[in-house]
Write a protein that binds this ligand. Structure first.
Ligand code: K1U
Ligand code: ZN
Length: 167
């Protein structure tokens, strides 16, 4: 396994769109394993392949407190959605910035799991929010794209300051 580098805003590679996975081969399994390692290392609850400069439709997620319930979504599609809810979001590609974003309250999804089996799930709460956030990454979209210009300006300034500070 290997730890992958996470791209940070405003890196334009975060704007690239993912392509569907066509074969669940050894290479795909390796990417999934490396994404889990990276997500756990940086204490995220989700990670999309575009964030680690891989333009493939792969998402990993683990919402458990013990970090022992890994879930993988390949070629995720939202089949239906309902309602709206605002929730504070963070992003490993936009460190230190937290903003409220309105997302669908209920979603029905279809995807392949890590074994290549087709799954369908109905989700609400944090799993629904997280998967919508990750699917946006696969379409080159960031949660800060939804916030006001003023908040975005503040976020950019905060990030610039953080990036200039020595570790
Ligand atoms: O995609 C990412 O960058 C991962 C992101 C997922 C996410 C968190 C919160 C709402 C929507 C999507 C993170 O894991 S951010 C860091 C984090 O661990 C976290 C933030 C808020 C709540 C719970 C965890
Ligand atoms: Zn993110």
């Amino acid at each position: 396994m290997a730890l992958l580098d996470i791209l940070h805003f405003p890196d334009q590679r975060l704007r690239l769109k993912a392509q569907p996975v066509t074969v669940m081969d050894e290479k795909t399994q390796q990417i999934v394993a490396n994404m889990f390692e990276t997500m756990y290392h940086f204490a995220g609850i989700g990670l999309a392949a575009v964030q680690v400069n891989i333009q493939k439709s792969i998402i990993v997620m683990d919402l458990s407190a013990e970090k022992n319930q890994p879930q993988c979504f390949i070629n995720l599609k939202i089949l239906a959605k309902q309602g709206k809810d605002k929730h504070e979001e963070g992003c490993l590609s936009v460190p230190g910035i937290y903003e409220k974003v309105a997302r669908a309250k209920w979603i029905k999804i279809e995807a392949l799991n890590q074994n290549g089996q087709l799954i369908q799930q109905e989700l609400t709460g944090l799993p629904a929010i997280c998967l919508q956030h990750e699917l946006d990454h696969l379409n080159g979209k960031l949660f800060i794209d939804y916030v006001s210009a003023l908040k975005l300006q503040r976020a950019r300034a905060k990030l610039k300051k953080q990036q200039a500070e020595p570790l």
